[in-house]
Design a binder for this molecule. Structure first.
Ligand code: KIV
Length: 274
């Protein structure tokens, strides 16, 4: 006999079925506490390898390891109940071969119990995506600006700025879709290209800095909350939590230094000696 949860989580096929439907709402989270909040409003929670920048202060996502992704993936699964949780495959965990990718993806699915993985690359990763998707691993693609390739790209510049450079990105989108991915993140591409891709492939596109022409949107939570030191230019801020958190920390520090910090007598109603 099995004990099954009465709460139904969204699945990769649910998200795939949203093509041309209600826009897909996706945010990143790396922790149980933010996952619980994001879970109330989002269809998909991405445990992005941006955690390397946001949580660990790395300049790029290159140093992020599989163990780091699994640890935070488990926290997000514990904090959420409804959203599909997608965990990023970090740089070096999938590019060497489709077998390496499968082993890494299996570790992520087994150890976090998340519903899908995401990996970067279009045409060059199509064979790997097909291998994973054909073996029970739902894959979200990621094309356009692919931050794990920063050392060959040279900068985090927007992609496909001139029409003459669109073709390889369109080819990437088609390759990911035809390989069996259930959706694809399109990062930092111009609106006309995002629109063209969205209209021409069978799976939902999820844009980040790629205009409202996509089937859904994703942002890094800390960027939209005003907690990131250098958020990308395209990010719209929905909060300014940095100054609020700083004011709270300052208030605490001031109280402690002024010996105005409430002690246990406050809680237990004990009389203090005068
Ligand atoms: O790692 C991440 O947070 C991402 C998003 C920027 C899409 O891949």
């Amino acid at each position: 006999m099995s004990i099954q949860s009465s709460i139904k989580r969204k699945t990769a096929p649910d998200i795939r079925a949203r093509k041309n439907g209600e826009p897909i709402v996706m945010l990143t989270s790396y922790h149980a506490h933010t996952a619980a909040l994001v879970d109330r409003y989002c269809d998909v929670i991405l445990v992005g390898d941006s955690l390397g920048n946001v949580m660990h202060g790395f300049e790029t996502t290159v140093p992020v390891t599989l163990d780091m992704m699994i640890l935070q993936g488990r926290a997000v699964m514990r904090g959420s109940q409804h959203a599909l949780v997608v965990v990023d495959m970090p740089f070096g965990s999938y590019e060497a071969s489709k077998e390496q990718a499968f082993q890494s993806a299996v570790r992520i699915l087994k150890e976090t119990q998340c519903g899908a993985v995401k990996l970067e690359g279009g045409v060059r990763m199509a064979e790997t995506i097909a291998f994973l998707a054909g073996r029970g691993v739902p894959v979200m693609g990621h094309i356009g600006l692919t931050p794990q390739s920063i050392n060959t790209l040279g900068s985090f510049r927007a992609q496909g700025r001139e029409e003459s450079s669109w073709q390889p990105i369109e080819d990437d989108a088609r390759a990911v879709s035809e390989a069996g991915a259930f959706s694809v993140v399109v990062e930092a591409v111009a609106e006309p290209l995002a629109r063209k891709i969205t209209q021409s492939i069978a799976i939902p596109t999820i844009g980040i800095g790629a205009s409202a022409a996509c089937d859904g949107q994703v942002l890094v939570l800390e960027d939209m909350l005003g907690l990131s030191a250098r958020p990308p230019k395209f990010v719209r801020r929905y909060g300014d939590l940095g100054p609020m958190i700083e004011a709270a920390i300052k208030g605490y520090a001031d109280d402690v230094r002024a010996r105005a910090f409430p002690g246990p007598e406050h809680v237990y109603g004990m009389k203090t000696k005068s």
